[in-house]
Design a protein around this ligand. Sequence first.
Ligand SMILES: [Zn+2]
Length: 508
Amino acid sequence: MRIDRPQGRRLFIARLSYEGNSFGPLTADRAAFERTEWVRGEAAVQRAAGTVWELAALPEFRARHPDWALVISRCASAIPSGPIDDTLFDAFFSEVMSDLRAALAEGPLDAIYLSLHGAAITHTRTHPDLDLLRAIREQCPDVPLAATFDMHGNLPDEIGPLLTLGASYRTHPHLDMSELAARTLEGLVLCVKQGLRTQACLVNTGILLPSINMRTSEGPMRRLQEAALRVESEPGVLCASVLGGFPYVDALHTGASVMVYTRADQDPDGALARQVAATLVANLRAERAAFFVSLPSASEGIAQALTSAESGLIAVNDSADNPYSGGASDTPAALAALVAADPLVPCVVASFADPVLVAHARRIGVGVRFEARIGATHGTLFGDPVVVHVVARLFTDGDYRGTVGLLGGLDVQCGESVVLTLAQRPNVKIIVTSSVDPAIDPAFYRLHGIDLAQERLLLVKGKNHFRAGAGKLCAQIIDIDAPGPACLDVSVLPFRVLNVSARNAVTS
Ligand SMILES: [Zn+2]
């Protein structure tokens, strides 16, 4: 046990923040990561500066601990979609392990911090985060190792004892990511400086929870996070987390979990960790039913918006195609419902990702009517394309700087994009990008010449993170459920590995 080495401590850092939807039609390839985050060394710190993401905690960590040197390996994230390309993941994995061995060759490491998500998948790996953790633990069996996870991570029990400390976000929308990293890093420093060992208890309950009702401003997840915070203040408890899981992963470890770490000097046999975890599991089971809500269909939600007594902008959230849940901005049902409703008020549809349509519109040019097939470019599992006559009004390069929430302080590239209007209803504007964009930031709309204050109905492929962005400008937000890879009732999705109805029967 290394107890005190006041000078020249070294912390190794790597990051893989990715949530994979087994039913998302897109593969997360190198280009997808390079569009979002594919950096190492100081570039990783600079990219996170001024954002809410985990590595934004590093400058403060350096200021508090000037005796610690940071060895920053590959840091990677991409907007959620389908599985990660295996070649890309293998390159990431090899690079991190190679960096780790090189760092060890230069001298001992005092600690390792991994910024993970917990719901990554590749085409061949069901839990690449776990594969990375196993490999690092094998290489460094005695080095204090901490990891942070998204609240939507699916964590197998095996992860618990691999870590010295592990914790997950407490807020959804996830505005506490850098706070979590800062807190976890302080815990890691404490473990190193005091030579603390820890006891772990991670319990994956197997419960499948819909993510739509997982906000922490109110409701069951708020109560669960408050309970975790309470037990974390008990003597001997270092971290206590409740993870809602990500039900769109077709794997046996999919499910909500709780994760607890205690001080081994106060909990030598791990009984306290197990008891605290059991309490949180009981809370989770007690709240299970409260997560299940019913939502209006697309046509019902649009009708509600068009007849609403609220003044101002009303958002209709097409949550089943939410890019932050792995949607590809491609499902057509909500647009079809809007077209059928034939609205007379100013409307924005945000957004579809279709580089072929953007290029086609570019060839035709501004102001010329043409027939467009919108949506379902990756297949008709979730509906047929909407065929409409449109007119291109504005083209952009797709570059903007995020201003709030998850995108605040980040440069975003959604590729060349176009604003189309319906030929018969020019009050209905449809944004089409080349790459999937979460459409949560007011800057995205400004880029497309749209002042949301002048609009009445915003049909957006969003879920909860929208509320910490452009959702703040809305007088009312109506969540709807339409066919899509992140739909409310996961039992309608074509699972092959996970038997959803059997799982629900066991865990209810
Ligand atoms: Zn999440």
